[in-house]
Design a protein around this ligand. Sequence first.
Ligand SMILES: [Mg+2]
Length: 424
Amino acid sequence: MTAAAGRRQAVFLDRDGVLNEPVVVRGQPNPPDSVDTMVVAPGAEDACAALRRAGFLLIVVTNQPDIARGTRDRRAVDAINDELRDRLGLDDVLVCPHDDADGCACRKPRPGLILEAADRWDIHLGDSVMVGDRWRDIEAGRSAGCRTVLVEREYDEGRATGADLAVASLRDAVPWIARQHRNWEESTMVEDLNVKIFADGADADGIAQLARNEAISGFTTNPTLMRAAGVEGYERFARQVLPCVRGLPISFEVLADDFDEMERQARKIARWADNVYVKIPITNTSRESSEALLRRLAAEGVKVNVTALLTVDQVRTATAALAGGPHSFISVFAGRVADTGRDPVPVMREALGVMAPHANLELIWASPREILNVVQADAIGCHVITVTHDVLKKLPLLGRDLLEHSLDTVKMFYRDAVAAGFTV
Ligand SMILES: [Mg+2]
């Protein structure tokens, strides 16, 4: 079988056991009965979104022999397919309704469904990937000339052999599949990042929503954002968001300018919950250093997030004060450094070097201006980047295929021109 030599790249996805949980009876996987009992596999939605961003078409190729056997209604099969298509953003779903006795060309391990999709969608099979949970899927992918990924499940049947990759779930295969894309050199995936992303904001609904996003590992807030969000009672706001963040780190800032009052507030804020970090500015508004306060709080075991640092000397001061204390963060405002026309990367790299001997300290890249900063922070080994909700909205663009992105830009101009009713 020769590989179709179209232009586009696809991920061909088996359905039951890859996109949704199979119903295992006596060691044998079966499809769910109906759309109501269908459970999407953990991480499948994020995985499909990531693969789409990487530039792949997503096409389901599924054997449904129960249709030929008369034990399942075609409409029930289609209802599940429609639901998955909507939820996962699938481009196409191809179904083989036959059983072995039909001798069709489409029942996997035969590659008929993959070849039909390749023809329909102008797909280059040699640059495409088949993902399945059974030997029939791997065989079909290999016969079609695709690379293959086995999602390993505990079934009572011979294990598939010959797959290029074996993983526990579709989600685990995403970084490997993404690297198979021709434009991979230009792209980075959220899943590949080591830097932890904290969401910076003060909008309680936004925080609750982001707490469900696996890409977010913590939260920061500040009085400026809270004011912009119209927050009135500080502690009430904190008590409202704390139950939403599932124990992830969250920082609340002291509101005073004299150090005694800051200390009183810090102790109180720290008692709100174990995952709370108290934000202490590196100086007060009279340029007086917070170093002594930081030392006292560290000695008491109060976890802090020292904030508003812009120089490496300030990082040295904070590091010395917090060394040997509880886990704490040091926030360097790289974006504000960049706002002055200076490259923040050397500053952040040097800050990491200063903090490196102290395992209790993590550096936060604060005030990023664009998604590029996430990649820069990751590249230098910065521990955390705290991103405002506005910039976070662009996170799905990370690593996006540039030709697809170009096309969207063209469409936007055209749409707006039409909407404006301009004529030449
Ligand atoms: Mg399957």
